[in-house]
Every structure is written in C-alpha cells, then in structure tokens.
Ligand binder design. Structure first.
Ligand code: LER
Ligand code: MN
Length: 280
C-alpha cells in the first residue's frame, strides 16, 4: 500500500525565514508544507522554494478569527468572511496548493447569535459561494471541526459532512483534526471511517497537541482507518505549544522543540505506525 504524503503546518515556523522551513522539511523527508492563511507572504519566493526543494504547498491553514464569520447576523460581517475565504483560494492557487481550510464560524465564538436554522442557511449559502469561487481557480475546500471551547458550530465530522452535502459542492470535503477529535468524537478512527470519501484533509497531533510520540495516542488505529478508507489527501501535522494562546507562546520562543525535534519525531512516529499496519 502506498505511503502517506506528509505535510507540516508552518504556524510554529512563523519566526524564521520561509527558506529555513522548506530546507528543514526537505531534510526530514516531507512532501509539503501547510502555510498560514494570511496574505502578504512572498509568493514568488515560495514558488521558487517549491521548485528548488520539491516541497509543495499542501494547503492553506486559513485563520478564521474575529469578523471572518460566515454565519454572523450582520451581512457586512458575513461578507468579510466570504471575501477572506475567496482571498485564501487565490493565495492557494498562486502557490499551487490544492486545498484551503474553511471554518464557517470563527475560533473563540462559542455561542450562536441567530437561530440554528438561520445560521445553517447562511453557512450553506456562504460556504457554497467560497467553494464555487475556489473551484473556479482550481482549489478544493475542507471544512474543519474544532472542539467546543473554540466553536459551537462544527464540532464533529458528521455535521461537517451534512454541511458539505447541503452545499452540493463537488470540490468540498471535511477536515478532521485529531486534537479536536480527541475531545469530541467517540473514537478518532471510527469518525474517520464514517467520514470516508468526504475526508479530504487531516491535522495529526498527539493527545497534547505536540508531535506524535510525545503523548498517549496510539496512532496505529488512525493509520489503519486512513488506509482502509483510501485517504489520499495530505497527512498534515498541526502541532502547537500547550497554551490557550499558542501564538503568544511562539512569539516568546516557547516553541523551539517544534522546529527540528518535533518535525523529525512526527514523521518518524507516523512512518513506524504505517509500517506496523503494513506488517499485519
Ligand atoms: C486550526 O487548524 C485549528 O485547529 C484551530 O484549533 C485553530 O484555533
Ligand atoms: Mn487544525
């Protein structure tokens, strides 16, 4: 069975030149990098690094904070969310990334501001608009589920699958992040299996959101589930320091083990789990 394609989320690399990140990923045998979803990055340099190192851009980790809200009662706020999503699709297209992450309601908004029916209708309409735009520039979207302390809106993969179905989009899927799934799903491998062909992106992390191999997660059932459903997307490590505000920790250099040490350990641990599954 073919090996996974591995990618690493660049949030913990944000204090260094992007060339250093591409070089590290190349040294440890990665296929790709997941870039932070903010414009203003040097797209020409990124494309040069892609061609020099063979490390591609797997995905754009859009930052759905603040007024980037597709289900807000204020129409102008919803429009900001739509515009941001489209801008992420443009960014993805400009660096050859196949996928952008979409969160219909932002991180930190933990209660609805309108009825469930109304919010669902806005989510369907606005995710569809971003998805159709993304399709026009050759990009897929993936709906990420977050835990209850970050959002009330999409916590579990089954709800995200329902949203994808309601949009009717053919370039959309769902995104399971093991950190959130560890809190919300009955089992992580079971939720991946149920999502099946709707799963088009994953964020892999150990129970403590650090590199696989540092916490108490057994990655073998996860690997087996992804293989069984013939998951063909990128296996992306999104590893963050243990803080309610990981960005502040990174700014204070509280993330140094996430550079070489965890970049190496993450892929080594997952490859060992792949080997163990292949051997059975
Ligand atoms: C983003 O990928 C994510 O998982 C969220 O926890 C962001 O806060
Ligand atoms: Mn995530």
């Amino acid at each position: 069975m073919s090996q996974f394609k591995y990618s690493y989320n660049a949030i913990v690399y944000s204090q260094e030149p992007v060339a250093t990140s591409f070089d590290r990923l190349s040294r440890y045998g990665y296929d790709a990098i997941e870039l932070i979803g903010e414009r203003g990055q040097d797209e020409k340099l990124i494309n040069q690094l892609v061609s020099d190192t063979g490390i591609s851009v797997s995905s754009i980790c859009s930052i759905w904070f603040g007024d980037r809200d597709l289900v807000h009662p204020d129409a102008a706020t919803r429009q900001k969310g739509i515009d941001y999503g489209k801008s992420m699709a443009d960014f993805a297209a400009s660096v050859g990334a196949p996928t952008i992450i979409v969160g219909p309601s932002p991180v930190g908004k933990t209660a609805a501001l309108a009825s469930d029916e109304q919010e669902w209708a806005w989510a369907v309409e606005n995710v569809r608009e971003i998805g159709e735009y993304a399709a026009s520039v050759g990009v897929e979207i993936t709906l990420e589920c977050w835990n209850r302390y970050e959002t009330y809106f999409l916590n579990k993969l089954d709800k995200a699958v329902r949203l994808v179905k309601d949009t009717g989009l053919t370039n959309a899927g769902v995104h399971g992040d093991m950190f959130h799934m560890n809190i919300e799903e009955v089992t992580i491998d079971g939720a991946f299996r149920e999502a099946g062909s709707y799963l088009n992106h994953v964020h892999i992390a150990d129970s403590n959101r650090a590199a696989p191999g540092t916490g108490h997660t057994d990655f073998v059932p996860t690997v087996r589930a992804l293989k069984d459903i013939e998951y063909s997307g990128f296996v992306t490590f999104e590893l963050l320091p243990a803080s309610a505000d990981p960005f502040a920790m990174i700014a204070r250099n509280g993330h140094l083990q996430f550079l070489d040490q965890y970049t190496e350990l993450a892929i080594t641990t997952m490859r060992a789990a792949e080997k163990s599954v292949a051997g059975k």
